[in-house]
Design a protein around this ligand. Structure first.
Ligand SMILES: *Cc1c(COP(=O)(O)O)cnc(C)c1O
Length: 397
């Protein structure tokens, strides 16, 4: 693995789980690295840099304007703040105190998810009062209408595999209902590929992560109306300072967008598909595990490999396989958010063909060992959940 891991004593990781923040998100490409490197030892007018970023975002998304933040999470907070204050500098400096301003921001209950931290917290950090709409798996127009009638500064919508998948209002209905009231809609689609859809529907701010499919440096990329982007820009004199984005973050996002525009997407799709085929073939005969291609949950143009374990035959539970792969050297990260259903996913997005082979071999080795030792089903899902409740506590111990 890379020399940097040796130098700092870091665990080498093969990331077959997708663009996870906790693993460093993505492999940043050479075009982005070159631009970041070039600006790091130079000075620049950051307002001008953000103006250029706005131009790039506008070109790629069809929006009036754009803005770059330190992350999507920060963009949610800053967009919420902008919806509350507009361009009133005194109000911007007063946040999170909203005084007598409208501070209610609605979120469908089924969208109150965690991407590693709760989305509702990112909204509330601005000073907003979060107004949940509907119930866990049901949101109708009358829920939204009632909240709009009572008054809202904005309404948030999340497009993600994390959200509840049934009973939700479609994005077009959500935006059209809010627009009739003149209420701005903020769309968090940090990990989605569609750069144009929500802008075309009339969302005021649409949020993407620069470090996920765009493979840039850590950043949040926002596309939207000029008024909203300007109100977000002005938050740098208030709460956006807390989540400051540096020149390297802004240029990294711009370079990532420019590279995306020029990328040979068909070649990249073919590269990913080849790794998926490699895994399907290599794992086909693995006892107790059925492997199938799995289309993306929200329709992004990417396919993963689904492993469905029959624990008695496979020799271990899905959560145990994920944990044992992570304990390998190099550590192998797989997608385990449906592990309680004995499902794991292999994501080809950030994997090389060589790493793909290592992943398949390690899965065989770990499963063979578990079948031989018979200890792979010892920890129940309840045991696993008890352990997860304590997982961060030993840090630095
Ligand atoms: C990843 C993600 C976020 C957080 O993005 P960061 O840029 O890492 O802060 C927010 N919302 C959704 C839906 C995500 O997938």
């Amino acid at each position: 693995m890379a020399a940097i891991h040796d130098r700092w004593g870091l665990t080498p990781v093969i990331n077959a789980s997708g663009t996870m923040t906790t693993l460093g998100a993505s492999r940043v490409g050479p075009e982005v690295r070159a631009d970041v490197d070039a600006i790091l030892c130079e000075f620049v007018r950051v307002d001008e840099l953000q103006e250029r970023a706005s131009g790039v975002v506008a070109r790629l998304t069809g929006a009036e304007a754009g803005f770059v933040t330190s992350s999507s999470s920060a963009a949610i907070t800053v967009a919420a703040a902008a919806a509350i204050t507009g361009d009133d500098l005194a109000a911007i400096e007063a946040l999170p105190a909203c005084n007598d301003r409208e501070r209610r921001i609605a979120i469908p209950m089924g969208h109150m998810v965690s991407y590693g931290a709760p989305v509702a917290q990112a909204v509330a950090l601005s000073g907003a009062e979060v107004v949940p709409l509907g119930s866990a798996a049901l949101c109708e127009t009358y829920h939204l209408q009632a909240a709009l009638d009572k008054g809202l500064a904005a309404a948030l919508y999340v497009v993600s595999h994390h959200t509840v998948r049934e009973g939700e209002l479609p994005l077009d209905v959500y935006i059209e209902t809010c627009r009739r009231h003149g209420t701005p809609v903020i769309v968090d689609m940090a990990a989605e590929y569609d750069l144009r859809g929500p802008v075309a529907l009339g969302a005021a701010a649409v949020i993407y992560s620069g470090h996920k499919f765009l493979a840039g440096t850590t950043s949040g990329i926002v596309a939207g109306t000029k008024a909203m982007m300007r109100a977000m820009f002005l938050q740098q004199r208030g709460i956006a300072r807390v989540t400051k984005v540096g020149k390297e973050g802004v240029i990294g996002a711009m370079a990532a967008l420019a590279a995306w525009e020029k990328r040979d997407h068909a070649a990249e799709d073919a590269r990913r598909d080849a790794i998926v085929r490699q895994w399907l073939t290599a794992l086909d005969k693995l006892p107790g595990v059925s492997v199938t291609p799995h289309s993306d949950w929200t329709g992004n143009p990417t396919t993963r490999v689904e492993l469905h374990l029959s624990p008695n035959e496979a020799g271990l539970h899905a959560w145990e396989l994920a944990a044992r792969l992570m304990a390998e050297r190099p550590a192998i990260a797989v997608r385990d958010d449906l592990a309680e259903h004995q499902l794991l996913y292999l994501d080809p997005a950030t994997v090389t063909a060589e790493e793909g082979e290592v992943v398949a071999r390690a899965i065989w080795t770990v499963c063979d060992a578990a079948r031989a030792s018979g200890d792979g089903c010892a920890r129940s899902w309840s045991d696993e959940k008890r352990a997860r409740g304590r997982i961060e506590l030993p840090w630095l111990d």
